[in-house]
Design a protein around this ligand. Structure first.
Ligand code: HPA
Length: 246
């Protein structure tokens, strides 16, 4: 597998088993990425790690400079991105603790810089986004989950919401009617920007709470953090399996 980057979400700011060989501050025409890029190795595989919310974890989802993050990875020679996201579970199969590898996205975000293709164009460019995630990468991730003995949901639709607040129960009902299975705040415009720069991109989601209105429990940061703490070890297992196998 050619150069891989992991964009870590909430709870994933490092990866065990990875020997960090260096970090580099980079600048891009779009500004600075969320943090310095960390370069690492598992065996002879080179990976780049970028914590999406910064290090320490302080950049809100709508404030992330997605363009700078994706541009910095492209400039570093990355051809494959695994995007790790914490999400809320909407449909009954998407219980907290479960890993999902979605195959579709609906974008409900707004006011985010969402394209590289708007200024200084020779011609208007429209990317094909019929299948927003790389099918091959998704299959490899699914195999890595199964090889790690983990319960994974393959498929489903990711709703990208604006945040940083969580949704109302009525909003989640609407998302479900729209066909969404999970909801998170960082899936877009990241996936589209990766496609614009021709980088394979797949999403590894960890369900950390029932979405609003889907359980009687209040959605507190404590609930989210409990599931994150329990689930992040699984995510690390999958990533290590994925990197060593492919
Ligand atoms: N909604 C949106 N984003 C999230 C959620 C949620 O319920 N849980 C984790 N990220």
């Amino acid at each position: 597998m050619n150069k891989i980057a992991i964009i870590g979400g909430t709870g994933l700011t490092s990866l065990a088993g990875v020997e960090i060989t260096g970090t580099r501050e980079v600048d891009t025409p779009y500004g600075s990425p969320s943090s310095a890029l960390s370069f690492g190795r598992i065996g002879d595989k080179e990976i780049i790690f970028l914590p999406r919310h910064g290090n320490p974890h302080a950049i809100a989802p709508h404030k992330i400079n997605y363009c700078a993050n994706i541009h910095a990875l492209k400039e570093s020679g990355v051809e494959n991105i695994i995007a790790v996201n914490a999400v809320g579970g909407i449909t009954s199969e998407m219980r907290p603790g479960r890993i999902a590898i979605p195959e579709q996205i609906i974008d409900y975000t707004y006011n985010r810089k969402h394209t590289f293709f708007e200024d200084d164009l020779n011609e208007v460019t429209h990317i094909d986004f019929t299948n927003p995630y790389s099918t091959d990468l998704g299959k490899q991730l699914a195999t890595a989950c199964l090889m790690s003995g983990l319960d994974v949901f393959i498929g489903g639709v990711y709703a990208a919401t604006q945040g940083p607040r969580l949704e109302t129960a009525a909003e989640v009902k609407k998302l479900e009617k729209d066909g969404c299975d999970i909801v998170g705040m960082t899936g877009m415009p990241e996936a589209a920007l990766a496609r614009e720069l021709d980088i394979n991109y797949a999403c590894l989601s960890l369900v950390v709470n029932w979405a609003a209105g889907k359980s009687d429990e209040e959605i507190t940061m404590a609930v989210i953090e409990k599931h994150l703490d329990e689930g992040i070890g699984k995510i690390k297992l999958v990533l290590e399996e994925f990197i060593t196998t492919f």
